[in-house]
Structures are given as C-alpha cells and as structure tokens.
Design a binder for this molecule. Structure first.
Ligand code: NI
Length: 172
C-alpha cells in the first residue's frame, strides 16, 4: 500500500540531471500553475476545506503551501546563482500553513504562482552551470542547481496529485 502522503514516491534529490531530464523538469515548472488551478477548479468552500488525507492539510492549505514552498525555491535558486555555496534557510512549513494567509481564497496563491513561475522559469532557462552548489544546513548536505530543479518539479506535481487524489476519492 502506498503512503497517501507520497503519491508519487519520495522527493528526488539527484546531484545531476541529463539534458532531457532538465527539459522535462522545466516544462513541469512551466505548467504547474495551470495544473494546480485545474486541480481546485470548481471546488466548493467545503471541498476546499477538506483534508486531502485524514489528518492532512486541506485542499486550500495545499495550494497556499505550494506558494510558500516555491517562494523559497525562487530565493534558493537566486542565492545559488549569486553566492558561493550559500546555506539556504529551512522553514517550518507546517506552522506556515497555520498562519492566517493560508485561509485566503486559493485564487490569491494561484495568481502568485502564475507570476512567480514566470520568473522562476526565466531564471532557470538562463542557467549555464547546473552544478552550482548550495547547502541545506538542517541536512548538512551540499546539493546543486540540478537538485533544486528536480526537487521543485517533483514538489508541484506531488501536491497536484494530493488534490486530484482527493477529488477522485470523493467523486468531485
Ligand atoms: Ni510540500
């Protein structure tokens, strides 16, 4: 039985991607805002406030979490491009999801993600050295820009799968 938290399996953290893998991951980042919008389109307020799994975030919180996470992704990419092996800042994602902005309409974060991903993809399309390092202090490990690309391409699809799974189970 698969873990309902990880419908696509665990987050990948490869140090290097092939050019084909990079192309696919960039495309996943381009299409994510539209896929997330489609995944919550037409849900009622009660639907938006339904946990995607027992004890999990609501659909509304999932959408706002993707924005929280990808704002951090954008910052991490720009730090890695402009500093020498920067330490990125971990954050308490579960506590962020409890702050009042996570109760706003999903549209707020859908619009934010649409703009943010234009900028994120534009920055990534200009990368010439995918091996540029950054360090995750909580894990005490050094990764690359390829790792960031793979992580966040997966991350968007991971949360879309939570929402589509919820709708499939509920018949919405
Ligand atoms: Ni997440």
């Amino acid at each position: 039985m698969t873990d309902p938290r990880y419908p696509l399996g665990p987050m990948p953290t490869p140090l290097y991607l092939t050019p084909e893998e990079r192309t696919a991951a960039l495309q996943a980042l381009r299409t994510l805002p539209g896929e997330l919008r489609a995944a919550v389109s037409g849900l009622t307020a009660a639907g938006l406030d339904t946990p995607y799994r027992p004890g999990g975030w609501t659909a509304r919180q999932v959408v706002h979490h993707v924005a929280d996470s990808h704002l951090n992704a954008f910052t991490r990419v720009k730090l890695a491009l402009t500093e020498d092996n920067p330490a990125v800042k971990p954050y308490e994602e579960a506590l962020w999801a409890e702050l009042p902005d996570s109760r706003l309409a999903p549209e707020v974060s859908l619009e934010l993600l649409a703009s943010l991903h234009v900028r994120l993809v534009a920055v990534l399309e200009g990368v010439s050295d995918w091996s540029r390092p950054w360090t995750h202090p909580a894990q005490d490990r050094t990764y690359t820009l390829d790792t960031l690309l793979a992580m966040y391409a997966w991350h968007g699809q991971h949360h879309v799968a939570h929402l589509t799974g919820l709708r499939r189970r509920e018949g919405w």
